[in-house]
Design a binder for this molecule. Structure first.
Ligand SMILES: N[C@@H](CCC(=O)N[C@@H](CS)C(=O)NCC(=O)O)C(=O)O
Length: 338
């Protein structure tokens, strides 16, 4: 009898320890009263504050979605602007709870840095911008070119690989921020500027005369961009994954900011599970069962966020392409919510 009681006490203690350890980030965020989100502070379409300090962007929306799920308030986010170089240490040290800053998922970042990539919220690839006057039509004609690039990025590594693989000579001109790199390119210090194609679309608009420049046709790498969390907190990892998947699932099901209330009465089992009118999928994440309703009401579905920030509702006018839903020829695909 005593042994049984000790066993139960031990199991309870272990269970409690496990859940305390795994619930740490969520509890910290709740007690603090806001999410600390590592963001890009200068990239149109992904992360940028306006003059009034209002942040917008696809990555910004993602952090707002987490805040909406936890607090029912998308504004309970403190955005921490991070450079490419500082972003991982800020996450490792706990300065931010999640990093959502156009960050490419690579194996070394996912393993040696002690981080977990959660999902791919933007499928990208690296491109080049050159002056039309250079009369170059392909990246393969860039032998001996000076190329402006930002430090601490996959961009820098891919650039070196591409020139080496194609036996071309390269003069790399590196900068700590994209602002400096773009300015140097605009001032004529480099023949080309290279970064993620999504970044080129936004940064091109900052050039003195954007019509004098063209993007070369080659996309030289895979840049799966996604939010990142620290190793060691599976509950938080789950929340970070499913915040994105809830937005993709909402788009798959045709649920928008405007019509989410009507869908509360839906008899469709997929809709019921997402909106929490059936099942306990929110509680399984440590949230409330209407977690996805909160995300959709405050932020919208993935397609709405895409169009508003980088698509037709923005200055960037990027097509859905690889970021379309899997049902429409794209790669955005959410695992089943059940
Ligand atoms: N996706 C690449 C590149 C990310 C990156 O930092 N890109 C630059 C150029 S688009 C950027 O966002 N710079 C903004 C800044 O430094 O403020 C990576 O994860 O290394």
């Amino acid at each position: 009898m005593t042994r049984v009681l000790i066993g139960i006490a031990l199991a309870a203690a272990l269970g409690a320890t496990a859940s305390v350890a795994s619930a740490q980030t969520l509890n910290t965020v709740k007690q603090r009263g806001n999410l600390n989100c590592g963001a890009n502070g200068t990239l149109p379409g992904f992360g940028l504050p306006d003059a009034q300090g209002r942040w917008t962007g696809l990555d910004v929306d993602y952090c707002k979605a987490i805040a909406a799920a936890i607090f029912n308030d998308p504004n309970k986010v403190k955005f921490v602007p991070l450079t490419a170089r500082d972003r991982f240490t800020a996450l490792q040290s706990g300065d931010v709870d999640v990093l959502a800053r156009n960050t490419t998922w690579t194996s070394s970042r996912d393993t040696s840095l002690g981080l977990n990539f959660t999902a791919i919220n933007y499928f990208d690839g690296q491109g080049f911008l050159v002056r039309k006057a250079l009369k170059v039509n392909s990246a393969l004609e860039l032998n001996d070119a000076a190329v402006c690039v930002q430090q601490g990025t996959t961009t820098e590594l891919n650039l070196a690989d591409y020139f080496r693989a194609n036996k071309m000579k390269l003069k790399t001109v590196t900068f700590a921020t994209s602002d400096e790199a773009v300015k140097a390119y605009d001032a004529g210090r480099c023949d080309a500027y290279t970064t993620d194609a999504s970044g080129l679309a936004g940064e091109r608009l900052r050039l003195a005369n954007s019509n004098d420049h063209i993007m070369l046709p080659e996309i030289i790498s895979k840049e799966p961009l996604g939010p990142v969390v620290r190793h060691g907190d599976d509950q938080w990892f789950d929340i970070a994954k499913w915040a994105h998947y809830a937005m993709v699932t909402a788009e798959e099901l045709g649920i928008t900011r405007a019509n989410v209330d009507d869908h509360m009465k839906s008899e469709n089992p997929d809709v019921k599970r997402l909106l929490g009118t059936e099942g306990k999928h929110g509680e399984a994440l440590g949230l409330t069962n209407d977690w996805a309703v909160r995300i959709i009401k405050h932020v919208g579905n993935y397609g709405e966020s895409f169009e508003r920030n980088v698509g037709q509702g923005s200055n960037l006018k990027i097509a859905r392409g690889l970021n379309g839903l899997w049902t429409k020829g794209g790669l955005q695909y959410a695992p089943p919510l059940r």
